[in-house]
Ligand binder design. Structure first.
Ligand code: GRF
Length: 187
């Protein structure tokens, strides 16, 4: 199997990155993590790239035309697929146009509910019964692209934000690899 060269974009802890790296080391997983892009110097997730000898590039996404540097690096590493795993920057049209239907994101809610930030506090305030995560394609609308896969759990009455986050992340670590397999099965 020829694995697709994939770039993972991160801004934080990188637990999803870590999980994807470990999946991608399996023979029959469809992607190879060939590059990590991060936009936060304090992103701990970069340590996983270092540990597994994966090239990593810091990009300051606050500067004008930062996408040019992103695109140059994607080209350099022959990247054909992109996973956003906790990347705290809205992906611009310039990148979407260059990678149509090739960028996917993981979001900690059951989209279309709770797009954007602070999902867990809003769920609690809204007295939600269910929570979960969604893997979806990235398009021009924030958290609005076609959904690939969702995983759901029922919220207990004593679940606070940090418990919801833990439970969601546990599901994310199953959802992201499954979604990637689903994407490549359909191509
Ligand atoms: C995840 O909860 C994901 O849903 C959201 O950002 C978080 C990233 O977590 N988009 P990590 O950096 O992979 O640990």
């Amino acid at each position: 199997m020829v694995k697709k060269n994939t770039c993972v974009f991160i801004s934080g802890q990188g637990t999803n990155l870590k999980n994807l790296i470990s999946c991608s080391r399996e023979n029959n997983f469809p992607i190879k993590i060939s590059l990590v892009i991060y936009n936060n110097r304090k992103a701990n997730g970069v340590l996983y790239a270092k540990k597994f000898n994966i090239p990593y590039v810091f990009i300051n996404t606050n500067i004008k035309n930062y996408e040019n540097k992103v695109l140059l690096n994607l080209k350099k590493y022959n990247i054909s697929f992109i996973c956003l795993a906790g990347f705290m920057k809205i992906i611009s049209n310039k990148l979407i146009k260059n990678y149509p239907n090739k960028i996917i994101n993981i979001h900690p809610s059951l989209l279309p509910k709770f797009k954007g930030l602070n999902t867990f506090s809003r769920m609690i305030a809204n007295n939600e019964k269910k929570a979960g995560c969604t893997v979806h394609y990235v398009n021009k609308k924030l958290d609005g692209g076609n959904r690939i896969l969702q995983k759901i759990f029922f919220i207990n009455s004593n679940d606070n934000e940090s418990i919801l986050k833990k439970k969601t992340q546990k599901l994310e670590h199953r959802a992201f690899p499954e979604a990637i397999i689903k994407v490549f099965r359909n191509i």
